[in-house]
Design a protein around this ligand. Structure first.
Ligand code: FAD
Length: 380
C-alpha cells in the first residue's frame, strides 16, 4: 500500500466517524435516504472509484476498493450499495461502450452528477435473466421500450440505468436477443413503488415500468444488439468483490462488538469471555473474518492482474457473505437480550447480512460457478 492509498483510507475513516456513524441508527430505522452522506460520498470521489483517471475517476485498484468497501460496510452496509451497481454500470460502458459513450457518460458518472445503477431483474427473471420480458423495438433513430423491472436499487434517487432489454424476443439462444441500454429518466420511464425491506434500508430499491419510453439508438452499449447479457454480467465481477468486501465489513463489525461486550458482561462472577462456550464462538468468528478478508484480497488481486477470476470472486462472495450471516447471529447470541434491541447495531447486522447471500448472484449460483471452473481448470 502506498502513501496515497493510506491517505485515501484515512479520509474514508474520518468521513465514517464524523459523518456516518452518529446518524446510522436514525436513518436506518426510519428508512431515510442519506442525502447529506451521499453528497459527501460524491466529494470523496466514491462514484468514480473504479473509473480511470482519464475519465475523471479515482482509478483505484480493486484491492484498495475492497478495503474501502469493507470499512464502509463495517459502519453502515447500505452505503456500499449506493455506488456498487452505479460502478457496475460504469464498468459496462468502460469495457464495451463506444468512444462517444465513454466520453459522454464516464466523466458524469465519476463525479456522481449522473448516478444510477443496474436495471436487470424483473418479476419473472432474476437468476434467469434470459427470461426478461422488457422489450426495446427499433423505431428510426430510437428504441421504444415497454415492460417493467423490480428490485432496482438507486431506482428513485438515481437518474441513469443500465437497462437490460430484449431487442429480439424470438432469438435462439435467448441471450442473442438481449441488449443493454443506457437509460436516462424521461417521458415514459416511471418509478413505481419503493419496496419495503428487511434490511439494507436507507437506499431506495424500487419497481419501475416503461411505457413507450424512447431512448436514442446511440445509447445501446457498444452499438451492437445481442451483447447485453455478456455486458451486464461482466461487471458483476467487481460487483461481487464489493459484496464480498461488504461481507467482511459486517462480519468484522459483529465480531468486534461481540469481543468487546464479552469482556464487559459478567455472569456467575466473571466476564462471559471467560466461559468456554463464548470463547469457542469468538474464535470461530475471528477466523471467519480473517479467511473472508484473505479470499476477498486474493480475488481483488486476480482482478487487478487482469486474470480470469470468476472462481476466486465467487469463492470470496460466497464465503464472506456466509461469514456475515453467521457472525451477525453469533454476535446476537453473545449479546443476549441487548442483541435483540433496536438501540444497538447488532440487530441491523442480522437484518443486513442475508442480502449479501442473494445480491450479485445468489450463493447457490456462486457454488455452480466455482464447480464449473474447478472442472474446467482441472481436466483429467
Ligand atoms: C435488496 C435487493 C436489492 C436488489 N437490487 C437490484 C438491482 O439494483 N438491480 C437488479 O437488477 N436486481 C436487483 N436485485 C435483484 C437480485 O439481483 C435478485 O433477487 C437475484 O438475482 C435473485 O433473483 P430472484 O430473486 O428472482 O430469485 P430466483 O432467481 O427466483 O431464485 C430463487 C432461488 O432459486 C435458486 N436458483 C435459481 N436458479 C438456480 C439454478 N440454476 N440452480 C440452483 N439454484 C437456483 C436461487 O439461488 C434462489 O435460492 C435486488 C434484490 C434485493 C433483495
Amino acid at each position: 500500500m502506498n502513501e496515497s492509498d493510506i491517505l485515501i483510507l484515512d479520509s474514508i475513516d474520518k468521513f465514517l466517524e464524523r459523518d456516518v456513524r452518529p446518524h446510522v441508527l436514525e436513518l436506518e430505522q426510519n428508512d431515510i435516504y442519506p442525502e447529506a452522506i451521499v453528497e459527501k460520498m460524491k466529494a470523496l470521489g466514491l462514484f468514480g472509484a473504479m473509473i480511470p483517471v482519464e475519465y475523471g475517476g479515482l482509478g483505484l485498484k480493486a484491492t484498495l476498493y475492497a478495503e474501502i468497501v469493507e470499512r464502509i460496510a463495517s459502519v453502515w452496509m447500505t452505503l456500499a450499495g449506493v455506488f456498487n451497481s452505479h460502478l457496475i454500470m460504469a464498468t459496462a460502458v468502460l469495457r464495451y461502450g463506444t468512444e462517444a459513450q465513454k466520453k459522454t457518460f464516464l466523466p458524469r458518472f465519476a463525479t456522481g452528477e449522473l448516478r444510477g445503477g443496474l436495471a436487470l431483474t424483473e418479476a419473472d427473471g432474476g437468476t434467469d435473466l434470459q427470461a426478461i420480458r422488457t422489450t426495446a423495438k427499433r423505431d428510426g433513430d430510437a428504441y421504444v421500450v415497454n415492460g417493467s423491472k423490480s428490485w432496482i436499487t438507486n431506482g428513485a434517487e438515481g437518474s441513469c440505468f443500465a437497462l437490460l432489454v430484449k431487442t429480439d424476443p424470438k432469438a435462439e439462444p435467448r441471450s442473442r436477443g438481449i441488449s443493454l441500454l443506457l437509460a436516462e429518466k424521461g417521458p415514459g420511464f416511471h418509478v413505481d413503488k419503493k419496496l419495503k425491506k428487511l434490511g439494507y434500508r436507507g437506499v431506495d430499491t424500487v419497481e419501475m415500468h416503461f411505457e413507450d419510453y424512447r431512448i436514442p439508438a446511440d445509447r445501446l452499449i457498444g452499438g451492437k444488439e445481442g451483447k447485453g447479457l455478456n455486458h451486464a454480467l461482466s461487471g458483476l465481477e467487481i460487483g461481487r468483490i464489493n459484496v464480498a468486501a461488504r461481507g467482511v465489513g459486517v462480519a468484522r463489525a459483529a465480531f468486534e462488538e461481540a469481543l468487546a461486550y464479552a469482556q464487559i458482561r459478567k455472569t456467575f462472577g466473571k466476564p462471559i469471555a471467560q466461559h468456554q462456550a463464548i470463547q469457542l464462538k469468538l474464535a470461530d468468528m475471528a477466523t471467519r473474518v480473517e479467511a473472508a478478508r484473505l479470499l476477498t484480497k486474493k480475488a481483488a488481486e486476480a482482478f487487478d492482474a487482469g486474470e480470469r477470476c470468476d472462481m476466486e470472486v465467487g469463492m470470496a462472495k460466497l464465503f464472506a457473505s456466509e461469514a456475515a450471516l453467521e457472525n451477525s447471529l453469533e454476535a446476537m447470541r453473545i449479546h443476549g437480550a441487548y442483541g435483540y434491541s433496536k438501540e444497538f447495531n447488532l440487530e441491523r447486522y442480522y437484518r443486513d447480512a442475508p442480502l449479501l447471500a442473494i445480491g450479485e448472484g445468489t450463493n447457490e449460483i456462486q457454488r455452480l460457478v466455482i464447480a464449473k471452473q474447478l472442472v474446467e481448470r482441472n481436466p483429467v
